[in-house]
Design a binder for this molecule. Sequence first.
Ligand SMILES: NC(=O)c1ccc[n+]([C@@H]2O[C@H](COP(=O)([O-])OP(=O)(O)OC[C@H]3O[C@@H](n4cnc5c(N)ncnc54)[C@H](OP(=O)(O)O)[C@@H]3O)[C@@H](O)[C@H]2O)c1
Length: 267
Amino acid sequence: MPPQAALIVGASKGLGLALVKKYASEIGASNVYATIRGYLDGNSKGDTGSPFPEGVHVIEDIDVSEEDVGSKIVEGLQGAAIGLVVYVSGILKPEEMGKANWKDEVAMYTICAIAPVFVVQSLLMSSSLAPDAKIILLTSEAGSITLRTEGEGGGMYGHHGSKAAGNMVGHLLSYDLKERGISIAMIHPGFLKTGMTKDAGMEEFYDKMGAVTPDEAAVPFYEFAEKLNMDMSGKFWAPMGARGIGNAEEVLGKEWTKQPGPLELPW
Ligand SMILES: NC(=O)c1ccc[n+]([C@@H]2O[C@H](COP(=O)([O-])OP(=O)(O)OC[C@H]3O[C@@H](n4cnc5c(N)ncnc54)[C@H](OP(=O)(O)O)[C@@H]3O)[C@@H](O)[C@H]2O)c1
């Protein structure tokens, strides 16, 4: 059954925005809460107008790299009980040997692996989660150690490392959430045609690697969230299956890649 209310953290663009639109169409815009880092009116950080369907509750000024992010989100919910939380916020700063960047790494680890703990903790401690709520953390197949290969090589220390750390904290949170009947899954959403991949110079791989638009990815995401249950909790999933996972065939074998999603990914 779809959630009565959904919270999308990191909803300004890309997959987060697509999920806001998808859930607004499925459960009604007034049941969707969307956080953005900036402001809709353009007063502070340059945004103009609203990309969101009318009626969506937009919670402004939510920077997940700030320590009080959890309490600010709870305040923005104004007492609503959330049945689905999707933590989307992420950044990708490529690195290579000789050009590792301390500040970028701190930002990536903070956003991907530290903030989710504090967001979930605040939601839980403030009773902002509905009974049997579901939580989904957007990590990435990039955070799978098993899926990294010699051919692909090194580099990407902060991005891949922070996604692996995000998988770990989600797994640990699953034990804390279990007794309350709340499930949590970490997912790879597919290879997405968004600013994140474009800015990282990955546009040239879109066709070869089966990249999809955020709107396309929102469909298997929604179906996955519907299926998510306590048996699937604490694990790492690919709602679209192997599509968009570059090393899947080499590492996991051809048979594995033929299966439809959702597929459980190796850590
Ligand atoms: N794109 C892919 O192929 C791919 C693959 C695997 C996993 N993922 C993961 O899926 C998620 C969505 O990716 P995407 O492609 O949709 O990326 P995107 O278009 O770049 O969107 C990223 C979102 O994160 C928000 N964000 C960044 N830093 C933030 C901060 N400090 N505080 C709050 N929000 C912040 C951005 O808000 P602003 O507009 O304020 O910057 C934006 O809403 C990410 O976690 C990404 O790592 C993506």
